[in-house]
Design a protein around this ligand. Structure first.
Ligand SMILES: Cc1cc2nc3c(=O)[nH]c(=O)nc-3n(C[C@H](O)[C@H](O)[C@H](O)COP(=O)(O)O)c2cc1C
Length: 170
């Protein structure tokens, strides 16, 4: 199969997840792993499978991923397609799916949350302060909700493996 994995990543988490996914799909497949910050992928019509990945920032996914979906809407409807998101608040995943993607876009392999990271050492300037503040709000949250764990986000490898299995029809 010819597989496109196209992603945008500001601080490397989405790129790391895209690479892990690509590594699991090698062997019999031709994979184009494309960082959309550097180049936009060719039309979806040239692929059997199209996987799009984005991080979430300020409640929004990448404009480049949005544009690729808009420009390739018809071709994507004919392909095996999936979207994965990396985010600091995985509990908000459904909200991101509902607000960030066109209603008529229904990826056949679904939407997937690969978790995320909030690591101040990966971030510069004002964003470092933001990441520190978000981490503090998570870990020091004064909660009455007994189910609240206060744990920081992490990449969820099992979700990457689930998607790779789905792509391979396992
Ligand atoms: C400035 C900034 C804003 C962020 N905004 C959100 C957000 O609105 N929702 C969310 O779930 N995560 C948010 N995050 C967390 C990122 O989605 C998370 O760190 C992710 O792993 C980043 O992926 P990347 O390294 O590929 O850019 C934000 C992170 C930063 C640094």
């Amino acid at each position: 199969m010819k597989i496109l994995i196209a992603y945008t990543s500001k601080h490397g988490t989405t790129a790391e997840c895209a690479t892990v996914l690509a590594d699991r799909l090698t062997g019999g497949n031709e994979i184009d792993l494309i960082d959309m910050k550097c180049q936009m992928p060719i039309s979806a019509e040239y692929y059997d499978v199209v996987i799009l990945g984005s991080s979430v920032r300020m409640g929004h996914i990448s404009k480049k991923v949005k544009r690729y979906i808009k420009d390739n809407m018809e071709a994507l409807a004919e392909k095996q397609t999936a979207v994965f998101l990396c985010c600091g608040f995985p509990d908000e995943f459904e909200e991101y799916v509902n607000t960030q993607f066109p209603k008529k876009f229904n990826p056949s392999l679904g939407y997937h949350c690969f978790g995320g990271e909030l690591k101040p050492e990966k971030v510069k300037g004002i964003e470092k302060l933001m990441v520190r503040a978000i981490r503090k709000s998570i870990t020091e949250h004064d909660f009455e909700d007994a189910t609240y764990t206060g744990s920081l986000p992490e990449i969820i490898p099992e979700h990457i493996y689930l998607l790779s299995d789905k792509i391979m029809g396992r």
